[in-house]
Design a protein around this ligand. Structure first.
Ligand code: HEM
Length: 129
């Protein structure tokens, strides 16, 4: 149940990102939507981290650590990419037009990494016995 709630949040964050990409030409809306999406994602990670010990005890997890490790690695890389998105986005807002292609490539990479995080989360969850 708890995992389902987190995956639902994860999906909403993905939808927000899609919306943010759709409105990418409207700066104000784009920056606001992406900021909310990234902040929500960090809050989601904190929720998972805080409830993890409870989940582990309840499910006798660690039966499939490989996919869990892959999932965590992709999720952590995505959050690192958020840092680059903020950095290149702020530069663009400050008028540095030349950084645009970098922001675009990093932006689509970040989005795809986030999609992979969502997909792998379904294998990373250990079902209750
Ligand atoms: C995960 C987060 C983000 C993603 C996936 C993302 C993605 C994108 C994409 C794909 C574009 C279009 C680039 C192009 O076609 O040339 C864009 C434009 C832009 N982004 Fe982001 N972005 C993100 C976060 C941010 C943040 C945090 C900021 C500001 C601090 C920002 C500022 C901008 C600006 C100023 C533009 C140009 C808008 C215009 O056309 O005037 N982005 N972004």
């Amino acid at each position: 149940m708890e995992a389902k709630l987190m995956q639902l949040q994860s999906f909403c964050i993905l939808l927000l990102m899609v919306l943010g990409i759709i409105v990418r030409r409207r700066r104000k809306a784009h920056v606001r939507i992406m900021t909310v999406a990234m902040m929500w994602d960090v809050i989601l990670i904190l929720q998972i981290e805080l409830s993890r010990s409870a989940i582990l005890t309840a499910t006798k997890a660690l039966s499939n650590p490989l996919i869990l490790n892959i999932h965590i690695s992709i999720a952590v890389s995505t959050v690192i990419l958020y840092g680059f998105m903020i950095y290149t986005g702020k530069k663009m807002l400050a008028g540095e037009v030349s950084i645009r292609s970098k922001h675009r490539i990093l932006g689509y990479s970040t989005f795809f990494m986030r999609v992979f995080t969502f997909i792998t989360s379904f294998w990373a969850v250990v079902p209750k016995e």
